[in-house]
Design a binder for this molecule. Structure first.
Ligand code: PMP
Ligand code: GLU
Length: 402
């Protein structure tokens, strides 16, 4: 960046990393627009359309005049539907005044960081973690304390490591399960053990990002907020992007202790106000209708996971686990480091992803963005045909490395 421009930008901006998922998706679009046959498996976005009954509900809401501002934390009707959903599906008790609807789960996490963190406050983040967590925490003055884990523990952090990371500056524990980028799902026992650790520290709150709750292949989703020791100290973040294929609608929500919900509403009231009125009407319908379109998407994702794993197993050097949720696989590719195709040498995961993009036109995201330097992320939210083509290309590129 030119020095003159740099002096005009805030330090806050200059020290912030660009979202690696969004950057890679844009790189893929750019290459495509130049006529290259690019397969983009970079963005975590269902390739399905929003179910028809939800779209119809939004159209009706527009016709009914839902075109005005709503209360900042959301229409009461939607918050009631969310409160019931939390009880029905997650065994969580959040009253209507404990719920804040926002413009995506991303904004819910930003609201929380801005509302809760003072300069130097520590946030324990279980890694691998979704790219925006650390950026949002840093932007809010907080210090991310990243607890790493690798494929040998199914990319899960043991409770002892969390306990050992707690200091008197620790304010929050932040993680997603099912996890973006690994697809790992913390079991009931593992969540219970984490709840016991945090339960002992009355000033620490948990942000449980459950946006992939409907995409699990290992049985019913369990919410950490349903465990007694952390019942009153868990903020459950969720949204409509993944489970209902509504990424472009920009609708997320949280359930939180009432004082935290009020604080987030205050922040949101100055930044963006309430989410779109007609979108909220349709979201209430989504929560209260038949879930079969969501279950059909989950089935399709499971089939694709199996397909991708079967194809990747044929690539020597690719270390795999078996993700139990979300729509990502996260191979460990450290076996390729130091290898070359004669022109390009792969020194790290960034090099590997760049190599795949330029050599075989497959866009994926480097693990370094998620706190896992030995890995890369494949989003399999794409058609089976595209996945077969992409895995064949990846295999070809890998076989050329020696
Ligand atoms: N959390 C996780 C783990 C995600 O993968 C994403 C990506 N969409 C979000 C939050 C943000 O979702 P939204 O589209 O609701 O902002
Ligand atoms: N969450 C998705 C991803 O990880 C969407 C892009 C983003 O917001 O980061 O790819």
């Amino acid at each position: 960046m030119e020095t003159a421009i740099k002096t005009l930008l805030s330090q806050r901006l200059l020290t912030m990393e660009e979202s690696a998922t969004i950057k890679m998706a844009q790189l893929a679009r750019n290459l495509k627009s130049k006529g290259h046959d690019v397969i983009s498996l970079s963005l975590g976005e269902p390739d399905f359309d929003t179910p028809t009954h939800i779209k119809e509900a939004a159209k009706k809401a527009l016709d009914d005049g839902f075109t005005k501002y709503t209360p900042v934390p959301g229409l009461v009707e939607l918050r009631e539907a969310i409160s019931k959903k939390f009880k029905r599906e997650n065994n969580l008790d959040y009253a209507v005044n404990q719920i804040v609807v926002s413009n995506g789960a991303k904004q819910s996490i930003a609201n929380l960081s801005l509302a809760l963190l003072n300069e130097g406050d520590e946030v324990i983040i279980l890694a691998p973690f979704w790219v925006s967590y650390s950026a949002i925490v840093k932007l809010s003055g907080g210090v991310p304390v990243i607890l790493k884990s690798g494929i040998e523990t199914d990319y899960k952090v043991p409770p002892e490591a969390i306990e050992a990371a707690i200091t008197d500056r620790t304010k929050l524990l932040l993680f997603s399960s099912p996890c973006n980028p690994t697809g790992s799902v913390y079991s009931k026992e593992e969540l219970g053990a984490i709840a016991n650790v945090i339960g002992k520290h009355s000033d620490i709150h948990i942000i449980a990002d459950e946006i992939y709750e409907h995409i699990t292949f290992a049985g019913k989703h369990i919410s950490i907020g349903s465990f007694e020791p952390v019942k009153d100290r868990t903020i459950t973040v969720n949204g409509f992007s993944k489970g209902f294929a509504m990424t472009g609608w920009r609708l997320g929500y949280m359930g939180a202790p009432q004082w935290i919900a009020a604080a987030c509403s205050k922040i949101q009231g100055q930044f963006t106000s309430g989410a779109s009125a007609f979108g909220q009407k349709a979201a209430a319908v989504a929560l209260e209708s038949d879930m079969s379109p969501t279950y059909a998407m989950r089935e399709a994702f499971q089939k694709r996971r199996d397909l991708v794993l079967d194809l990747l197993k044929e690539v020597p050097g690719m270390k795999l686990n078996r993700p139990q949720g979300a729509f990502y696989v996260f191979p460990d590719i450290s076996a390729f480091f130091g290898k070359s195709d004669g022109t390009t040498t792969i020194n790290n995961a960034d090099d590997f992803c760049e190599y795949l993009l330029h050599k075989v036109h497959v866009a994926v995201v480097t693990g370094s963005a998620f706190g896992a330097d030995n890995c890369f992320r494949i989003s399999y939210a794409a058609s089976e045909e595209q996945l077969i083509d992409a895995m064949t290309r990846i295999k070809k590129a890998c076989l050329e490395l020696s």
